[in-house]
Design a protein around this ligand. Structure first.
Ligand code: GLA
Length: 757
């Protein structure tokens, strides 16, 4: 609901209130963003003027108005506000002083309010449109679109004069809020995405940005502002994110008076955008959320918003298949025979989709050649994609394909025919993974990609596409933004007419994990790192901002390709359950016990798929281990994950949240197994005969039989589970029974709690 009284604007939903007004000089003053309140509270929120301005520049000597101390919705340059400005405009080399003041407003019963070249959320919402003007030369329109869980803000700047300007910065939103906060960001690198970082917001400015041409694995565009006392379940947490996939910028800084200035938008580092007479520039939409129920409360709102308003309509709340991906198992080394044998095994294990990753086209036998040429390699695949897809279908599997259409290898037919299509500057050809970026700002390049990828997709029964991007841009300047607009056009033209194709974005893993990509692809490959222990950080980091339904999470080989860490198969499955389960390893070498374990994992995941993919996700605080929970209706599933286990471990408790306090729940652990072989020479202490730990008897037993690990079931009330119920003991150096949790380092357990009728 949007309530307007004179020039007081109140955006109110069940979950938040956002209140501001145009003050007598026309500046938009922020009054409240937080718990739902009444418009009549406005007076209570108005900041009482501070006296004695000393060295400050006043906006009005008459009423002592001083912008530097005001809580504003947007600020300009040169009228006394010395904090960071969200806008910079130049006329020639001269920075333009700007003062945007209220001109008009409209309430629109719809969203989005206008055609846009940028992706926007969809679905029912009301929009408040406010026009501000700077000396009748520039018009700044601020849009506030109210969704139940979050508020979307964006800004459009129009040159309404006859003068030539250049835009040096235009943030999507700015906000001044009182309080003391910590900024929670998610930072990383390749194979180490989205690691949580905490920085107090204080007088020095915090900047989170990207200049790689992608939203980047360095600094995730989404971030939070949390009261230092906030926990997963209690306290004030704000969330911010940008619906954009290119270079982004966000900053947070606390003023002397205790106002925190937050802004976010495109990163304008190294370029200015011409703003000719009558031209306009549109900043991408930003998402603002608030929760009084801690981090989990904020995440629940962001997750619902993504599931209901961001991902393409066809895939909203539609279950995602369990997939097998050929990459880590085969790399470039495959032919149809090998793929079909993997497909057969994948189908037997319970997978539903076979994804053929890199290496199926042109001269793509390694990553040095072939990118750009999407003709099928008939030596590897003599029956083409359609023959392969048909045979996968006959095995009971859908078929999906990897493409990387934004780049070109210089060793490719495409590059030889159109060297000018690659982006090269005066520093010459600079390669990333032996490839150059194609210039998506050129219409003929966009048409080539739409046409060539479209033909591939229509050439066979293809139900899934993994769209990769592994080359990061260098100093593209304004072109970086035009590139991203070109990319959105391409994705829209290819996938809007083919809504049934499940698109998974990837950029060397999670290098482009952002809300704009999710507007096209319902899921994103979270990281090239599939080591489950690393994934505990990566998936947990992403979970603050994005739902499990959009996070690709695969079980891969141990020792792991990137860490050489050996982890239990049970843990590899248990971590992947809390995302979109897939398998990415050579299935040929499985032992019978491993096959059984995988079959059980897939069957378990399918049984609870709706809950794992679309249930409410919570991070549960537990000092002994890392805990995740998903809940839907009367079913709650918790995973508890260990890293290194100590000798003589203490007691451990299972805590679950959001259960009905007075109801009783049947709780049962997921059936999981323990390899006999991992006990090595210790087996001789319990075996009646002295077995050789490297001998054939023990090897045979290890390959065929496995022991139960941590099998327990009990009933408890919701209140008891909320307080924490005692779990069976961890291995303490002696003894075994099937309830004991013996797996040791990197072990994990999953518990299902179902309400009794
Ligand atoms: C990137 C992706 C991987 C895989 C390879 C193929 O690294 O992140 O998942 O698709 O490319 O070359």
């Amino acid at each position: 609901m949007i309530e307007v009284k004179d020039k007081l604007f109140h955006i109110k939903t069940r979950n938040y209130s956002y209140l501001f007004e145009a003050e007598p000089h026309g500046h938009l003053q922020q009054l409240h963003f937080g718990a739902p309140i009444e418009s009549m509270d406005a007076d209570a929120f108005r900041l009482k003027p501070l006296l004695g301005w000393g060295s400050n520049v006043l906006y009005d000597e008459g009423d002592m108005a001083c912008l530097d101390a005001a809580a504003l919705e947007f600020s300009g340059h040169g009228r006394g506000d010395y904090r960071e400005s969200p806008i910079e405009i130049f006329e020639g080399s001269r920075p333009l002083p700007t003062d945007f003041v209220y001109k008009s407003h409209r309430v629109l019963k719809a969203a989005p309010p206008m055609e846009s070249t940028l992706p926007l959320p969809e679905g029912e919402a009301e929009t408040l449109e406010i026009s501000l003007s700077h000396l009748d030369a520039l018009e700044l329109t601020l849009y506030y679109t109210a969704y139940e869980d979050v508020l979307c803000r964006r800004a459009v700047l129009k040159n309404i004069s006859e003068r030539e300007y250049e835009l040096g910065k235009l943030m999507s939103f700015m906000l001044d809020i009182p309080g003391k906060y910590e900024l929670v960001g998610f930072d990383g690198a390749w194979i180490a995405e989205a690691h949580k970082s905490i920085t107090p917001v204080d007088r020095a400015r915090i900047v989170r940005d990207s200049v790689t041409g992608a939203s980047s694995n360095r600094h995730q565009p989404g971030f939070l502002l949390a009261s230092p006392a906030a926990t997963e379940e209690h306290g004030t947490v704000y969330g911010f994110n940008l619906i954009y996939s290119g270079n982004h910028y966000a900053s947070a800084q606390r003023s002397h008076q205790g106002l925190n200035r937050i802004m976010q938008g495109i990163n304008f580092a190294n370029f200015k955008m011409p703003l000719a007479p009558k031209a306009e520039f549109e900043a991408p939409a930003a998402v603002l959320g608030w929760s009084g129920e801690g981090f989990n409360g904020l995440s629940a709102r962001f997750h619902r918003f993504v599931n209901e308003h961001i991902v393409p309509q066809y895939w909203r709340n539609r279950p995602r298949p369990v997939l097998y991906n050929s990459w880590e198992g085969c790399f470039f080394d495959f032919d149809q025979k090998r793929l079909l044998s993997l497909g057969k095994k994948a189908a037997q294990l319970g997978c539903e989709l076979f994804v053929l990753d890199d290496g199926w086209f042109g001269a793509r036998n390694n990553d040095c050649a072939g990118l750009g040429d999407y003709n099928v390699n008939l030596k590897k695949l003599p029956e083409g994609l359609s023959g392969l897809a048909k045979k996968m279908r006959a095995l009971g599997l859908d078929f999906g394909l990897w493409v990387e259409p934004e780049s070109v290898n210089p060793d490719s037919d495409l590059y030889r025919a159109h060297p000018d299509w690659a982006i090269v500057d005066e520093l010459g050809e600079i390669y990333g993974r032996h490839q150059l970026l194609l210039d998506l700002t050129k219409q003929e390049v966009r048409d080539y990609i739409v046409d060539s990828v479209g033909k591939v997709l229509d050439s066979a029964d293809i139900r899934y596409v993994k769209w990769d991007m592994n080359r990061h841009s260098t100093a593209l300047g304004a072109k970086a933004h035009e590139y991203i607009l070109g990319l959105y056009e391409i994705m829209g033209r290819i996938f809007r007419p083919r809504p049934h194709i499940l698109l998974e974005n990837c950029s060397s893993g999670g290098n482009r994990f952002d809300l704009a990509m999710l507007c096209f692809s319902p899921q994103i490959w979270a990281s090239d790192d599939t080591d489950p222990i690393e994934r505990l950080d990566i998936q947990q980091g992403l979970s603050y901002l994005y739902p499990q339904s959009c996070m690709g999470a695969h079980v891969s080989a141990a020792p792991h390709a990137q860490t050489l860490r050996t982890t239990p198969l049970s843990t590899r499955g248990n971590v992947s359950f809390f995302g979109l389960l897939g398998y990415e390893l050579d299935l040929k070498h499985f032992l019978p016990v491993e096959e059984t374990e995988i079959k059980n994992q897939i069957a378990f995941y399918k049984k609870y798929r709706e809950i794992f993919q679309f249930g409410r996700f919570s991070r549960i605080e537990n000092e002994d281990c890392q805990c995740w929970q998903v809940s839907k209706g009367n079913t709650h599933i918790a995973g508890i994950f260990h890293r290194m286990i100590n000798a003589a471990p203490g007691y451990e408790f299972l805590r679950m949240s959001g259960l009905e306090k007075n109801r009783r729940y049947r709780v049962a652990s997921r059936q999981q197994k323990l390899r006999v072989g991992q006990f090595g020479a210790l087996v001789k202490h319990i075996a009646p005969v002295n077995l050789d730990p490297n001998g054939v008897v023990l090897r045979t037993v290890d390959h065929r039989y496995a022991m139960d690990d941590g099998q327990e079931s009990f009933t408890a009330s919701g209140a008891a589970l909320d307080a924490g119920v005692a779990l069976s003991s961890l291995f303490t150096g002696t003894g075994y029974d099937k309830a004991m949790r013996v797996q040791g380092d990197m072990s994990s357990y999953v518990y299902v709690a179902e309400a009794e009728k």
